[in-house]
Design a protein around this ligand. Structure first.
Ligand code: ADP
Ligand code: MG
Length: 234
């Protein structure tokens, strides 16, 4: 699916929020590695897809009305077998119906569970004055509580990307703190540069949130992606 096709489909449905599946399709075009969620409509289908993907899998709610899936109980991790997948189907549906009774639900997505890595966040927002700006930070509490993030204006230079990764206070964590696996910093820099290129080419995108990306010794994979389009006519 091309960016144009995805944008057109969203416009037709008067949506600005892309699904995780659509957002990750865009990432492919930006040459950013991600997990590959597949939409399923029944527990049987979920089991079939889980077998194809290989256990353990992650299941998530797919709804055009839900931006933060875990806030409504819409994410289940560590599903190691068929029984767990069937259980997760019911648990997610029940939780979401309770927490967001009005939300339209397309079904659930199934994707392979990525092995843990250092969690980082990369985002794009638009500044009224400077236009698209990229953000880099470490995932989880470091961003939420400490706001330990770096910003640069698009288009990024190689030097910008290198500085962003190094100027956050948590940089030692990327270098392998106390025996933990170091992160592939060159890969993260490349990712920032490719995202910069991509948003430069696609002004129809208002916001991107890759949260989290798991960074490894070799490579990195986006396990969640949220994309918001500009409203039509803007
Ligand atoms: P939310 O919409 O709440 O941000 P996420 O898709 O980010 O939902 O899922 C919540 C958390 O579950 C993530 O922060 C990540 O730690 C974990 N997670 C999500 N997808 C995967 C995956 N494919 N592999 C491993 N962990 C995952
Ligand atoms: Mg997320």
């Amino acid at each position: 699916m091309s960016v144009a096709t995805i944008v057109e489909q969203a416009r037709k449905e008067q949506r600005t929020l892309l699904s995780e599946i659509e957002a990750k399709e865009l990432l492919k075009e930006a040459q950013i590695t991600s997990t590959a969620p597949v939409l399923v409509k029944s527990p049987d289908e979920a089991v079939k897809l889980a077998r194809q993907a290989g256990f353990p899998v992650v299941m998530k709610i797919d709804s055009p009305d839900i931006t933060h899936k875990s806030d409504v109980g819409g994410v289940k991790l560590n599903l190691h077998d068929e029984a767990a997948v069937r259980g997760a189907w019911g648990a997610i549906m029940d939780a979401v119906k309770k927490a967001a009774p009005q939300a339209r639900i397309n079904g659930l997505t199934v994707q392979k569970q990525a092995r843990p890595g250092v969690e980082v966040i990369i985002g794009m927002t638009k500044d009224p004055q400077f236009g698209p700006v990229l953000m880099f930070g470490l995932g989880g509490v470091l961003v939420e509580i400490l706001k330990d993030v770096a910003f640069r204006i698009v288009p990024l230079t190689q030097r910008d990307a290198a500085q962003m990764v190094r100027e956050i206070k948590g940089f030692p964590l990327l270098q392998g703190y106390r025996g933990s696996e170091p992160a592939d910093v060159a890969c993260l820099e490349g990712l920032l540069l490719r995202l910069s290129d991509f948003v430069d080419k696609h002004p129809e995108i208002r916001e991107i949130d890759l949260n989290p990306i798991f960074a490894y010794k070799d490579g990195a994979v986006a396990v969640d992606a949220r994309v918001i389009l500009e409203p039509p006519g803007s």
